[in-house]
Design a protein around this ligand. Structure first.
Ligand code: C2E
Ligand code: MG
Ligand code: MG
Ligand code: MG
Length: 295
């Protein structure tokens, strides 16, 4: 009986594995054609200046609109794109599309405070020798100002391959773009890299922001420390995954610069964000009502 149960379990496990493998294979297959078939879109999540409560930027977040499966989130296909090398083409598309959209908004809302556009880079892109040229081309072709573009890199990427990485980051800095460390605090942080790399912004990971507003002050210790560190190093701070008004209040009292999260808005499609910008006096809290697009 035990043996039989074991075998049954094994078979279930096998079939789950097989389903996973098949799905992955389908993703690999479809991914190749997805770019030429224009199945990718960018959504844009608002970033709010915590002092003025105004919209000061957006993060571009990639979505795959699959004809049969619907909206596929990035964590399901970006790792596959990295493994197959497709991330280079895809990443180039993201950069160009984000800069184009940024330029469209600048032209449409010339009187608005200029919007900062943040774009995620994958590790593999960073190891690509032509990355800086491609960023330069995306800026030039779109006419989007370099100083309004932020490139987000995760910590783990910075830990590998230091010499080449520094070289690439410096080439990017020479273009005038700014660099952010994404999910800060979750990697294998040897803090020395903050001095070695030309970083401008720390994005405090959601896992630390979650603890804010609790009566237990230990819950906010990491965020407090990161903000203090950032101030010392003259880096800007962005809190990710801000979901509650208590988070906002504590971030404001810590003098964190910028907030991003469902409390303010989910990632929105370009149309919804355009609507939002057309009403410059929309209070931040009202962003929530537009926040259903990305569910
Ligand atoms: P990320 O860069 O850290 O982006 C933040 C993620 O947190 C987004 O998930 C966003 O929708 C989600 N988020 C924002 N606010 C909240 C909140 O209040 N609560 C919760 N629970 N989640 C929140 P998304 O869009 O699924 O993206 C996941 C990751 O995929 C991104 O994490 C980024 O690492 C990667 N990614 C997205 N777009 C791109 C891209 O164009 N290129 C590359 N290389 N990676 C991308
Ligand atoms: Mg990011
Ligand atoms: Mg992040
Ligand atoms: Mg993240």
């Amino acid at each position: 009986r035990a043996k039989e149960a074991g075998r049954a379990r094994h078979e279930v496990f096998d079939s789950v594995m097989r389903a996973g493998a098949i799905r992955r294979l389908e993703i690999v297959n479809d991914l190749h054609r997805a770019l030429e078939r224009n199945q990718f879109v960018l959504h844009f999540q608002p970033q709010i200046d915590l002092r003025t409560n105004s919209l000061i930027g957006v993060e571009a977040l990639l979505r795959w609109v699959h004809p049969e499966r619907g909206l596929i989130p990035p964590l399901e296909f970006i790792p596959v794109a990295e493994e197959t090398g497709l991330i280079n083409d895809l990443g180039r598309w993201v950069l160009r599309a984000a800069c184009q959209q940024g330029r469209t908004w600048l032209d449409r809302f010339p009187d608005r405070e200029p919007l900062v556009m943040s774009v995620n880079l994958s590790g593999r892109q960073l190891h690509q020798p032509r990355l800086a040229e491609e960023v330069a081309a995306a800026l030039e072709d779109s006419g989007f100002p370099a100083d309004q573009l932020v490139l987000e890199i995760t910590e783990s990427v910075l830990m590998n391959d230091t010499a080449a990485t520094i070289h690439t980051l410096e080439a990017l800095k020479e273009l005038g773009v700014r660099l952010a460390i994404d999910d800060f605090g979750t990697g294998y942080s040897s803090l020395t890299y903050l001095q070695r790399f030309p970083i401008d912004i720390l994005k405090i990971d959601k896992s630390f922001v979650d603890g804010l507003g609790s009566a237990n002050i230990e819950e906010s210790a990491v965020t407090r420390t990161i903000v203090a560190l950032a101030k010392t190093l003259r880096l800007e701070t962005v809190a990710e995954g801000v979901e509650r008004s208590e988070h906002v209040r504590e971030l404001q009292s810590l003098h964190c610069d910028i907030g991003q999260g469902y409390f303010f808005a989910r990632p929105l499609d370009a149309g919804a964000l355009t609507t939002l910008m057309a009403q410059p006096d929309t209070p931040v809290a009202a962003l929530g009502s537009l926040a259903d697009v990305d569910r």
